[in-house]
Each structure stands twice: as C-alpha cells, then as structure tokens.
Design a protein around this ligand. Structure first.
Ligand code: 3EB
Length: 330
C-alpha cells in the first residue's frame, strides 16, 4: 500500500497521543494523578479498584510483581458506566472497555457479538469518536478444530457484532488467549475525535484479505495506526507472519527475528524512526512459560532499554510462539 507522504507528516494542531507507561504503584495512587485516562492491572493477582478507568486484564505477566500500565492525557478526565461499558474521556480521547463472561452469553461467538454490539452502540451514541486501537483477550483461543476453533468463532462474533461500523477502515488490534480459569472475554479500545491513519505492512498480506484457510471471517484489523498528531504509531499484535503464512513453525528464535523484521518494516512504512527507545513501551505475548526467559534475553539484547512487559498469552495460530505489540513514539 502506498501512503501519501504528506499524510505521514506531523499535525501539530491535533491532540497529542496519550502517554503509555508501565508503573510500579497502586491503582489508587496512579488514578489520583492528573490526566489519567486508564490504568491496567495484570493477572489473577491484579489489585481491585472500582474506578471505571481501572481495568484488571486477565493475562498473567512474567514480571512479579506485575507493574501497572497507565495512559495519561493532557486534559481533565470524566468517567462512567453505561450497561456493560466502562468508559472515560479526556480532551479528544476516549477509553472504553467491556468484560463479559461466556457462561452468560452461550460461548465465545455470542460473547464477541455482544461485546462488539455494545461497544458499537455506545460509540454511535457518543458520536464523534473514531476507534483507533482495540485489544481482545479470550480464554482457550486455540481450542477446537478448523472453523470451530475458538479464535475463528471469536472473529465471526466480532464481525457480526460490528456490522458496518468499521466500513471506513479497521483500527489496529491485538487478539490474544489468556489462561484465567473464568471464560472471560475482554475487549477495550482507544478512540479519538480526530482520525488516525491505518498503516499496512508491505511484508504481510492485510489481515482482512487473508485467504479462506484462516477462517470464514477474515480478522478485521490494520497492522498499525498512526495517531492523529502523527506523534506515535500504535502497533497491532505482530508475529512471524510473512505474506499470509506463518513462518518458522515452533522455532522461537527464528520467529522472534521475523517478528522484529515485521516491526521494522511497519515503522519504516509509517515513516517513524527505526528501532524502539526508552519511552516506546511494548508487550511480548509468550505461549510457553518456559520460553519467557529466552524472549526476555533476546529482547533486552535486540531492543536495549525498551520497556517490554512479558505476558503469558496464546497467539491465534497454534504454530506461533510469540507476538509483540505496543507503541512507537516519535
Ligand atoms: C496475525 O498477524 C496475528 O484478530 O484482531 C494479530 C493482531 C492477530 C490482531 C485480531 C490477530 C488480531 O494475523 C494475529
């Protein structure tokens, strides 16, 4: 995909991208600071807090104790709940989340349908915000065969819950399997009153054009999203996929190399500086806990000084062992 160069240039009058950091602190302490749009805790031991800006994410971190993730905006933040949707808004930015229990929705497809239908209805009612980035965490993502695999059922439910909501283009996204005992589906998003620009990776077939073998419903996401001000790139879940095919099945080191090549290619396409730095936080989702130390070691060596949160997460294709997402700030 050829990008018009002027679309990549800084847009200084548009809103600055929320600052994403990992913090060793309590949710209450972070939520009490100015301009906090969202705070995330990780794993079964994540702290509790009733604030709708706080979201306990059902993924375990290999870091103990797990840090929090905080999103900071330069504005006052309001917050609330509407049906299952928890939300906050500040300046031009909006955070919204839905966490559903599949036992209440008759399985993963129904949960995905309901989560997306509710978020879509909420966004349409608020009007004016465009969804730029989404995260999806579901249990047992690889259980079931072929079209009955739970990830594929999730894709079906997501698509029908959305209807034509993303007809103008898909947001950047992540979809990862969690290991919590409860069959929770969690979906959350970042939206803005200004438009971002979707970025595709020239090394990869766009996900919405994946051939039939990957499921009835192609996954609707962009590889990356340049934020409205062009001061940051939101990076979707990125794995060792080249063209539409998985590469280096079950070979961790080679998958990491290929994933890093995909990230570099995406940064170059978005006209972002090469590499990552100390204020561009990433997450690495690792399928096998026994691989965590190796992933940490490789990333410390290849991306020195970059904040990386190591998560225990399953990738949506069985042969893939690792996936990376995150932020590249200019
Ligand atoms: C891939 O490249 C890996 O279904 O929303 C990555 C990011 C992946 C998002 C999604 C799936 C999704 O196809 C899988």
């Amino acid at each position: 995909m050829v990008q018009a160069k002027q679309n990549l240039e800084a847009q200084p009058d548009l809103p600055r991208t929320p600052r994403v950091t990992y913090r060793a602190a309590s949710p209450a302490a972070v939520l009490a600071e100015d301009g906090i749009l969202a705070v995330f805790g990780f794993g079964a031991g994540a702290p509790d807090d009733d604030d709708p800006r706080y979201l306990p994410v059902p993924l375990e971190s290999f870091d103990a104790p797990a840090p929090l993730e905080a999103w900071h905006v330069e504005a006052e933040v309001e917050r609330g709940r509407q049906d299952a949707v928890h939300w906050s808004a500040g300046g031009s930015w909006l955070f919204a989340s839905v966490t559903l229990d599949e036992r209440q929705t008759g399985g993963i497809e129904g949960a995905a349908y309901q989560a997306y239908a509710q978020l879509q209805r909420f966004m349409r009612a608020r009007t004016g915000h465009r969804v730029l980035r989404m995260w999806n965490y579901l249990a047992d993502i690889n259980r079931g065969e072929e079209d009955a695999e739970r990830y594929k059922q999730f894709c079906d439910g997501r698509s029908s819950g959305l209807g034509d909501f993303f007809a103008r283009g898909f947001p950047a996204a992540t979809a990862i399997g969690h290991h919590l005992r409860e069959p929770l589906l969690q979906v959350y998003l970042l939206a803005c009153t200004d438009e971002g620009m979707a970025v595709e990776n020239p090394r990869q077939v766009s996900a919405w054009q994946y051939p039939r073998q990957y499921g009835r419903t192609s996954p609707g996401f962009a590889r990356g999203m340049l934020m409205p001000m062009r001061d940051a790139l939101a990076i979707s879940g990125t794995a060792a996929v080249v063209g539409h095919a998985s590469t280096h099945a079950h070979d961790l080191d080679a998958q990491l190399d290929e994933t890093l090549l995909n990230l570099e290619s995406l940064l170059a396409t978005a006209d972002m500086p090469a590499g990552f730095d100390t204020h561009s936080p990433l997450k690495a989702y690792v399928r096998h806990p026994t691989d965590a130390a190796r992933v940490r070691e490789t990333l410390q060596q290849r991306l020195p000084g970059v904040p990386v949160l190591l998560m225990h997460g399953d990738i949506c294709r069985r042969e893939l062992l690792v996936e990376i997402d995150g932020w590249r700030y200019r």
